[in-house]
Design a protein around this ligand. Structure first.
Ligand SMILES: O=c1ccn([C@H]2C[C@H](O)[C@@H](CO)O2)c(=O)[nH]1
Length: 143
């Protein structure tokens, strides 16, 4: 864990702002995420919870979906913001979605209100990920 580097400030600001709009009445655990597409543009998302609980969508997936809507297909950075002492890594489901769009060596950051930050590569978060490559190179079996 270190202090926030200058280069990550735009992602940090976007993620922190998004967390202000988190809809988290059940967990009261607001999360904001910012991703940077290969165009250089930054997109953000917050967690949006649901009374069914299972319908909840994490900030990571909402940020990635917003970017995909805008035409992005590849990303070179993702930063999570939570106002928590303990830095929050993406959940298992989000790790799978991250593996779809990010290179294995790309750093995924988590940060907090004290501007502390920690990074993991996609590969560290989800080793031996099932990616689109498996489908592209698959033997097509008729049924
Ligand atoms: O990386 C994470 C971890 C959790 N959550 C959300 C899901 C739920 O709304 C709340 C508590 O799990 O935080 C995220 O959005 N991203």
């Amino acid at each position: 864990m270190t202090a926030l580097p200058e280069a990550l400030q735009p992602l940090y600001q976007a993620a922190r702002e998004a967390a202000n709009n988190a809809y988290a009445p059940y967990s009261q655990f607001p999360v904001g995420v910012a991703v940077r597409g290969l165009s250089g543009r930054i997109y953000s998302g917050c967690n949006v919870e649901n009374a069914s609980y299972g319908g909840t969508v994490c900030a990571e997936r909402n940020a990635i979906a917003a970017a995909v809507v805008a035409g992005e297909r590849q990303f070179d950075a993702l930063l999570v913001y939570t106002p928590q002492e303990k830095l929050t890594p993406p959940c298992g489901l989000c790790r799978q979605v991250i593996a779809e769009f990010f290179l294995p060596e790309t750093l995924i950051y988590s940060s907090n209100h004290q501007q502390q930050i920690q990074g993991w590569t996609v590969q560290q978060l989800l080793p031996d990920a099932f990616t689109p490559l498996y489908l592209a190179n698959s033997t097509k079996v008729p049924n």
